[in-house]
Design a protein around this ligand. Structure first.
Ligand SMILES: Nc1ncnc2c1ncn2[C@@H]1O[C@H](COP(=O)(O)OP(=O)(O)OP(=O)(O)O)[C@@H](O)[C@H]1O
Ligand SMILES: [Mg+2]
Length: 507
């Protein structure tokens, strides 16, 4: 008779139930695993064998078959060790099989029988809870599982031995409690930045509406510094957003100590990052940087230094808010709604446009460097500003001369609350910021009056704005109106929004 234990396989951030069927039958001693296992699953044989021996159980000298059903779904990762071991133990009669029926089981085994942490416990626990089942997982992942529901049954164990004791009622493992990561103290503050009033205003607008933002300027002007201070003015994640962000972090194995954080993610991949690192995929499907930045910020510093192909692979997710990765045997998608922040020098020598400076290669210096970024990629950036070098007078102003992050964050939060309430009232579920609003929606909520219409028409003709550019100007204008507490989008809002956009068309 075959015993069966439930575990999961991951399709994007979805956990799909997988049945681990174990049969011990007479025949030559053999241990086979079938059902599209990858290398890590195949190697689980050795870990299971050693862990069982360490726990005082030897594998019977019989034919052991393990089938992972459904057989056509690829199985990746090391979390199949524990369900396979438990299936075997149940088949050998070492533990009662019926006790395991109401659990999803995930965990990697060490040779000495310890159960080590595995990625993906949060989505697995949520899937288990949806089927009214509990979860058996490594103790290191217990706090993560506890977020799925206050009533989900969790057995978080240190070792195989501890699990046997728990099931026999000899030593009960305590139920883990959900943990929240503590706020970071002494974080970078906007008051560190001297001068740069235009850039600070643009950063505030970008934060308020979730707009994509590009800074161009000479070295040492404070571009990277500004971008790194964006998280300090962004509002905290809502509980639903936090769960969404943490599911992706859980799949990527980057949730520290199983604690969830309500801080918006801020990812700053190096410019040598490959396409797979940015959008996800590769041999084992993993979320890329753009998905790890979901509901937060993706910061691309030194933008033209990225491989042009890697940058262009971001075009589709920037538009749709999700990445779709087609693989030989499956198609997976990850959420990827991010705010893109980018910084660059105007040319290779870094100083083009600075008064009194002439590039050695003349105009070509800037044209060649900026040409590395494709037009369609630039078209997705709503706000582009020049960040000139800080003047000596500003530098001498002394520390803390600028407005602190807390004051700016309060204005950003107010503007975001207005947006959230507006889109909720309109029944646009899932839209929380102006940047994320659909074209149809933005045309309703940012309908320009006759004065603004004339201005838009003039700009569209003079600078041949694309349809996307038109909608994005309306989105920025809507944010400007929200920041100033205005119900209607007025001409000054459109004019300011256009100024951030035309900057780009002119280059
Ligand atoms: N506006 C500013 N106020 C205070 N310090 C600044 C400012 N701008 C630059 N600095 C100082 O210069 C250093 C470098 O700044 P930053 O790395 O932000 O420059 P950057 O514009 O990103 O340059 P690059 O183009 O070379 O990357 C900072 O660590 C800080 O010490
Ligand atoms: Mg920099």
């Amino acid at each position: 008779m075959a015993t069966s234990i439930t575990t999961v396989a991951f399709e994007g951030i979805r956990a799909v139930p997988v049945d681990v069927q174990v049969q011990i039958s007479p025949g030559l001693p053999r241990f086979n695993i079938v059902g599209l296992p990858d290398k890590a699953v195949g190697e689980s044989r050795e870990r299971v064998r050693a862990a069982l021996i360490a726990s005082g159980l030897a594998l019977p000298a019989k034919h052991i078959s393990v089938n992972l059903a459904p057989a056509d779904l690829p199985k990746e990762g090391s979390h199949y060790d524990l369900p396979i071991a438990l299936g075997l133990m149940a088949a050998m009669g070492a533990i009662p099989a019926d006790m395991l029926e109401s659990y999803f089981v995930l965990g990697e085994l060490a040779l000495d029988g310890r159960v080590s942490r595995v990625p993906g416990i949060l989505p697995a626990a949520i899937a288990a809870n949806a089927e009214e089942k509990g979860i058996i997982c490594p103790s290191a992942c217990g706090p993560e599982a506890a977020w799925a529901s206050p009533d989900i049954d969790i057995i978080a164990i240190e070792s195989l031995f501890a699990l046997v004791n728990h099931l026999a009622g000899r030593q009960i493992a305590a139920r883990p409690v959900p943990q929240k990561a503590l706020a970071v103290e002494g974080e970078d503050d906007l008051s560190d930045i001297k001068g740069q009033e235009v850039a600070r205003r643009a950063l505030e607008i970008a934060a308020a509406g979730g707009h994509n933002f590009l800074m161009i300027g000479p070295p040492g002007a404070g571009k990277s510094m500004l971008a790194q201070r964006l998280p300090s003015i962004l509002p905290a994640l809502s509980p639903l957003e936090m769960l969404d962000v943490s599911m992706i972090a859980s799949i990527a194995g980057s949730l520290r100590n199983g604690a969830l954080s309500d801080r918006r993610p801020f990812r700053a991949p190096h410019h040598s990052a490959s396409m797979a690192a940015l959008v996800g995929g590769g041999h084992n499907a993993k979320p890329g940087e753009i998905s790890l930045a979901h509901n937060g910020v993706l910061f691309l510093d030194e933008l033209p230094e990225f491989q042009p192909q890697a940058l262009d692979s971001l075009r589709q997710p920037l538009e749709t808010g999700e990445t779709v990765i087609a693989r030989a045997n499956a198609k997976v998608s990850y959420p990827a709604r991010v705010q893109l922040i980018a910084a660059m020098n105007p040319c290779k020598c870094g100083m083009a446009g600075t008064p009194g400076h002439t590039c050695r290669r003349g105009d070509r210096c800037a044209a060649d460097y900026q040409g590395r970024i494709s037009g369609p990629f630039l078209d997705r950036i709503d706000i582009r500003i020049d960040v000139p070098a800080v003047s000596a007078a500003d530098m001498l102003a002394g520390a803390g001369a600028g407005e602190a992050s807390a004051a700016v964050a309060a204005r950003v939060k107010k503007a975001r609350d207005i947006q959230r309430a507006r889109y909720q009232a309109l029944g646009a579920a899932g839209t929380f910021t102006n940047a994320a609003a659909s074209s149809r929606l933005i045309e309703t909520v940012a309908a320009p009056d006759s004065e603004s219409r004339a201005l838009l028409l003039k700009a569209a003709e003079a600078f041949s704005l694309s349809a996307r550019a038109y909608h994005r100007v309306l989105k920025v204008a809507r944010t400007l109106a929200d920041l100033s507490g205005s119900q209607a989008v007025q001409k000054p809002h459109i004019a300011e929004a256009l100024s951030y956009r035309l900057n780009m068309a002119a280059s």
